[in-house]
Design a binder for this molecule. Structure first.
Ligand code: GLU
Length: 303
């Protein structure tokens, strides 16, 4: 136990040193290393001779690589290690499984970090071929993009400082300062007058977490799966309240008119749920930050 603690501390110190020299930027909270140094990375059988009438896929085949939008500051979901620049987490595994079924190996994937508030524009402009990043399926977004899934369902919750005794749930937020992310569904929710919260918005969750740690806000709200990752990084400083107050079904975002790609991604998700890859990836990532495994419902909706 003692040994493990020392190793983790050493890893954090190393990561701190790396970020200090790497001019910060888009990846995880400065100084953070994804807790549990052994990062899960699955390998998936790459399909050969894939031919689908999808403009995005044809473009990717011509380019020899596929571009996938992801998050970079969500431990166990979509996290870019500042020391290695390698992405890991459950969403990254989902992205890789789909890519494999479309004929692209991990080496042929170009991950692009895309924040919540620019997802719809990035997808509809074709700057990414698809997007896997804690992306809630809803009717508003469906006006601009299309979704395959849901492949997981989270719920908005609250992250607070470990010693906080006041914030016991969403109905204890009157006058409290709550940080969330521009373009996210939990921000829209927490702005409702019924909560009485004083809200602030950032473009990255990791910035909200910094504000929580330095005392400038009282809570961070977003999906429980994301918050559990931050709490796992700093268990001595942060905790998740554990009272989810919305439903956030995660989908893979893609161009609104690309039905062929949507069907192919839906089939890929179903295949990997069936063959056990999904569960293995889940247990190796989200399972480690304390989100119990729930088998997704199949068949997935098609339209
Ligand atoms: N799932 C929520 C959303 O799509 C919050 C997480 C995020 O911002 O990606 O808005």
């Amino acid at each position: 136990m003692r040994m493990r603690k020392t190793a983790t501390t050493a890893a954090v110190v190393l990561a701190l040193a790396a970020t200090a020299t790497a001019c910060g930027g888009e990846s995880g909270t400065a100084g953070d290393k994804q807790a549990g140094a052994d990062v899960y990375s699955g390998t998936y059988t790459v399909a050969k001779g894939v031919s689908i009438d999808s403009p995005a896929l044809k473009r990717a085949q011509k380019a020899g690589h596929i571009t996938i939008g992801v998050k970079a500051d969500q431990p166990f979901l979509g996290f870019k290690d500042p020391a290695t620049n390698k992405y890991s987490g459950f969403d990254i595994e989902i992205a890789k499984m789909i890519a494999a079924d479309l004929g692209f190996s991990e080496k042929q994937i170009k991950f692009d970090t895309i924040d919540s508030n620019v997802r719809e524009t990035t997808i509809s402009k074709g700057q990414v071929d698809y997007y896997v990043g804690t992306y809630t399926i809803n009717e508003e977004r469906k006006k601009q993009v299309s979704f395959a899934g849901p492949y997981y369902t989270a719920g908005a919750d609250l992250l607070v400082r470990k010693d906080d005794k006041d914030i016991t749930g969403p109905d204890a937020l009157k006058g409290k300062k709550v940080c969330s992310i521009a373009g996210s569904t939990p921000l829209q929710e927490i702005k409702k007058p019924q909560y009485g919260a004083v809200t602030s918005e950032m473009s990255k969750y990791s910035d909200c977490v910094k504000n929580l740690l330095d005392g400038s806000v009282d809570a961070v709200t977003t999906d429980d799966a994301i918050l559990k990752g931050y709490a796992a990084q700093r268990p001595e400083k942060l905790k998740v309240v554990g009272q989810p107050f919305t439903k956030e079904p995660y989908g893979v975002g893609l161009n609104k008119d690309d039905k062929a790609l949507r069907d192919a991604i839906t089939t890929a998700l179903e295949n990997h749920i069936k063959n056990g890859d999904y569960k293995k990836a889940y247990v190796g990532t989200l399972g480690k930050s304390g989100s119990p495994y729930v088998a997704p419902e199949t068949p997935l909706p098609r339209y």
